[in-house]
Ligand binder design. Structure first.
Ligand code: DCM
Ligand code: DCM
Ligand code: DCM
Ligand code: ZN
Ligand code: ZN
Length: 263
């Protein structure tokens, strides 16, 4: 996601934190940050400086299979296991679970762990961040977004959200956040428990999130798109509900994960 997608997910999460989690988050956030949303895109800004982190934002899955398996797919270009967005979520969750131990706090930068976890929980819900290998999650597919040249990946990171903001939300991301929060408490209320839990284990369930994303990528993002496609109202209107749902799930699950870590 771009800045507004990450901001939305972190705003939703912040509003759902328990008292204990909100306190721990406040302790761990950088001095200058007022809430999770203000540091939610930090991980994108440090990609170039922390070069090792740039591969932790996504997963490449086999072309056209439309499924995901941790052992097969969660690795970087050199084949190193666990180096993908699902592995990163697991890793930063483990680090944060040690926040009460002074040896953990000495060994890890838990402020950065919190900022990475909050960002990666968003990215794993962007369908094309769990896309096909040969097109780099839609980065090599050239399309038009209405009249403008764009790559398919960017349409899902930014353009669908921006067009929705302009048309329905007074060009104000906070109005979008409020609309999604309304849906969470109304239409989706009876599904939210299922989003939060992982069967018998605790959140995060990063493999579930990744599997949902590649399924949505095939059903919605890649579907009916080829090199040079012109994407306009028919695509925008049919895909927007999926974008809303992925943003909502990302926010709910980030909160559930932090609430489970900080008790
Ligand atoms: N940071 C950020 N956004 C903010 C505040 C801080 O991305 N609003 C990042 C920049 C630093 C890290 O957090 O890498 C620690 O910030 P600080 O030096 O403000 O404690
Ligand atoms: N990306 C992805 N899958 C890849 C490569 C990149 O999902 N195989 C994502 C990361 C960024 C965007 O696409 O959100 C652009 O990546 P880059 O800046 O590395 O081209
Ligand atoms: N929405 C809209 N027009 C659309 C699609 C959605 O105004 N074509 C608004 C209505 C809801 C919010 O976006 O407030 C979430 O919509 P959905 O339930 O389709 O995700
Ligand atoms: Zn992206
Ligand atoms: Zn990212």
């Amino acid at each position: 996601w771009g800045i507004d997608g990450h901001y939305t997910i972190c705003k939703i999460a912040q509003s759902r934190l328990t008292g204990a989690a909100a306190n721990a988050v406040k302790q761990l956030l950088p001095e200058s940050a007022e809430d999770l949303a203000s540091v939610c895109s930090w991980a994108d800004r440090v990609k170039f400086h922390y070069h090792w982190s740039s591969e932790l934002h996504f997963i490449d899955t086999p072309d056209n299979l439309c499924n995901y398996q941790y052992n097969r797919d969660c690795k970087d270009e050199n084949g190193e296991k666990g180096r993908c967005v699902a592995g990163a979520i697991n890793n930063y969750t483990s680090q944060l679970l040690g926040y009460e131990s002074s040896s953990f706090r000495a060994a890890y930068n838990l402020t950065e762990a919190l900022m990475f976890l909050s960002h990666f929980m968003g990215d794993i819900h962007q369908p094309l961040h769990v896309g096909f290998t040969s097109d780099k999650g839609g980065n090599t597919i050239d399309v038009h977004w209405y009249t403008r040249k764009q790559v398919l990946h960017h349409v899902w990171d930014d353009n669908i959200i921006e067009t929705a903001e302009d048309r329905y939300y007074s060009s104000d991301v906070d109005v979008l956040v409020a609309a999604i929060q309304q849906n969470i408490t109304n239409e989706w209320a009876d599904q939210v428990k299922d989003w939060e839990t992982c069967g018998s284990t605790k959140p995060p369930c990063s493999d579930t999130y990744a599997s949902e994303s590649i399924t949505a990528a095939c059903e919605w993002a890649y579907k009916d798109v080829s090199e040079g496609s012109v994407l306009e109202d028919a695509y925008f209107l049919s895909r927007l509900p999926t974008v809303h749902l992925r943003l909502a799930k990302g926010g709910v699950r980030l909160a559930a994960t932090l609430n489970s870590i900080f008790k």
